[in-house]
Design a protein around this ligand. Structure first.
Ligand SMILES: Nc1ncnc2c1ncn2[C@@H]1O[C@H](COP(=O)(O)OP(=O)(O)OP(=O)(O)O)[C@@H](O)[C@H]1O
Ligand SMILES: [Mg+2]
Length: 247
């Protein structure tokens, strides 16, 4: 069975999608067979890889609602299961379906034999798709922005994780990754220390991912940061996290 790592936080803009892209690519260049699933109707991951989702024969929407085999796209030595805007309706439509929490797990069961690790980029919400992501996952990786207000949001997140345990008792929290750390800003560095100490009481807190313009540029150029700027220092943060996750 493949590892299924959900990159999850209902807070928006904390770096989930960028991390899914770069970490997935890092695992792929180290030899893992990687599938990246874009479970967000915003389709940022799909966009960050330059996939044109309107050309797909079968979308994640069709797979979740109608049991279709989703179209997969190969690029940069890994495979992407793209999202599209119609996924926004899936969140609502799933509410009326029997076994609605299990749909993504069933989709992944059809394809997982070809992969060692599957990363799922979750949307910034706690709706039906997010529940599907947590039920399909074997592990959760939680990117948390280095701000004090992030602590408030994590409480809600852990309540949701506890609720899905009935359907997915083996779900593990791999840990928290502090993101967008700017060491030149004192407030940011102090917030990072507070997060590390508070969350570290109960969870693994990985080394942080720095804020760096190369990450944002990589998104704009639709490539992993390692391809965008191979000599960039910040890539060390991605490598360290991949090491910690056993990539
Ligand atoms: N380490 C970083 N340094 C600088 N900019 C970053 C970094 N990581 C991500 N960004 C930029 O920050 C923005 C938000 O990142 P991203 O889309 O990965 O977050 P997200 O948590 O997936 O957002 P959403 O909740 O909307 O899905 C993007 O424009 C991205 O390019
Ligand atoms: Mg995202």
């Amino acid at each position: 069975m493949a590892r299924v790592i959900a990159v999850f936080n209902q807070a928006g803009g904390v770096g989930k999608t960028s991390l899914t892209r770069d970490l997935g690519y890092e695992f792929a260049i180290r030899g893992s067979r990687v599938l990246l699933v874009d479970a967000d109707p915003q389709a940022s991951l799909t966009e960050f890889f330059g996939v044109e989702s309107d050309r797909l024969e079968s979308s994640l929407f069709d797979a979740l609602l109608h049991g279709a085999l989703p179209s997969l796209v190969e690029m940069h030595g890994l495979t992407v299961l793209p999202s599209s805007i119609d996924l926004a309706a899936a969140d609502f439509l799933l509410a009326a379906e029997i076994g609605r929490e299990l749909r993504l797990r069933q989709v992944l069961e059809k394809v997982e034999a070809d992969f060692d690790v599957i990363f799922v980029d979750a949307p910034p919400s706690l709706g039906n798709i997010s529940i599907n992501v947590l039920v399909a996952a074997t592990e959760i990786l939680i990117p948390v922005q280095c701000e004090i207000k992030a602590l408030r949001g994590t409480r809600h997140l852990f309540e949701t994780i506890d609720r899905v345990r009935g359907l997915n008792p083996k779900l593990k929290i791999a840990g928290v990754v502090p993101t967008l750390l700017d060491r030149r800003t004192r407030l940011n560095t102090e917030s990072y220390e507070v997060l590390k100490n508070r969350l570290g009481e109960k969870l693994t807190v990985f080394e942080p991912i720095r804020r760096g313009v190369a990450f944002a540029e990589a998104s704009a150029h639709a490539v992993p940061v390692q391809k965008h700027q191979p000599g960039y220092d910040g890539i060390a943060d991605i490598r360290r996290l991949a090491d910690a996750l056993g990539g």
